[in-house]
Design a protein around this ligand. Structure first.
Ligand SMILES: CC(C)(COP(=O)(O)OP(=O)(O)OC[C@H]1O[C@@H](n2cnc3c(N)ncnc32)[C@H](O)[C@@H]1OP(=O)(O)O)[C@@H](O)C(=O)NCCC(=O)NCCS
Length: 197
């Protein structure tokens, strides 16, 4: 378990896969990042597409920790009732050495804006640096997703002028080089750790 100030991160299991999908793509927070009206060019995938193309089994089984892993975000404390409020993951299979990409979504509007997202990003980032040796993190929301960008900046990420292709291994440039929202609409933010930590 990874402990933050407001949240804990708990490794996901296969049983969590369906609800993690629903929080992302079938919940009231989906409209912030996918589907019409704001994201007509980013359709909501089916569960089968999610499993095949977005979140393969190893995110939930831990069999490929150097490629990626998922975590449940649990809000700590009596006031929060230790509620599960969302999901965060890292992946690195497609990136140059020592770089990991983060993804995060909370499961309701009521859980947004309380600092859970920022705390999860800081906590997972520190773990990835201290325990797994990653030196740089990247996160790439839609530029229109103002709340997400603000949360990531609060978590120590900074907007970069670099293109997504600069972070990717050559064989993945044709697949992921445009970013999820296209080169003009994807905001790329990075967080670098100093060599001393
Ligand atoms: C993005 C997300 C993970 C951030 O987590 P969070 O816990 O809501 O973020 P935080 O509370 O730490 O920070 C959000 C900040 O944005 C601000 N904010 C909220 N709505 C805003 C808006 N419309 N415009 C500007 N700022 C906004 C909040 O006030 C807060 O800043 P503050 O703490 O300085 O007041 C969460 O909001 C979420 O899951 N959203 C829906 C799904 C999503 O968009 N996922 C990201 C896909 S890339």
């Amino acid at each position: 378990m990874i402990k933050g100030k407001k949240i804990s991160l708990v490794l996901t299991a296969m049983d969590d896969r369906r609800r993690v999908y629903e929080w992302c793509f079938k919940s009231e927070t989906t409209k912030s990042h996918s589907g019409p009206p704001d994201y007509p060019d980013k359709p909501v995938p089916t569960y089968e597409e999610f499993c095949a193309s977005y979140y393969e089994e190893y995110y939930f089984t831990g069999t490929r920790p150097s490629d990626g892993r998922g975590f449940l975000i649990i809000a700590d404390g009596a006031a929060a009732d230790n509620e599960t409020v969302g999901f965060i993951s890292y992946c690195a299979f497609h990136l140059k050495p020592s770089i990991a990409e983060l993804d995060i979504w909370l499961n309701s509007e009521a859980n947004c804006g309380k600092g859970y997202g920022s705390d999860a990003l800081i906590s997972l980032g520190d773990y990835l640096h201290e325990e797994l040796g990653f030196k740089e993190l990247i996160i790439a929301p839609s530029a229109k997703n103002v709340r997400a960008v603000k949360s990531y900046e609060k978590s120590g990420f900074k907007k970069t002028g670099k293109a997504m292709s600069e972070f990717l291994l050559d064989e993945y440039i044709s697949v992921y080089g445009g970013g999820d929202y296209g080169a003009d609409e994807t905001a790329i933010l990075t967080k670098k750790f100093s060599p001393q930590g």
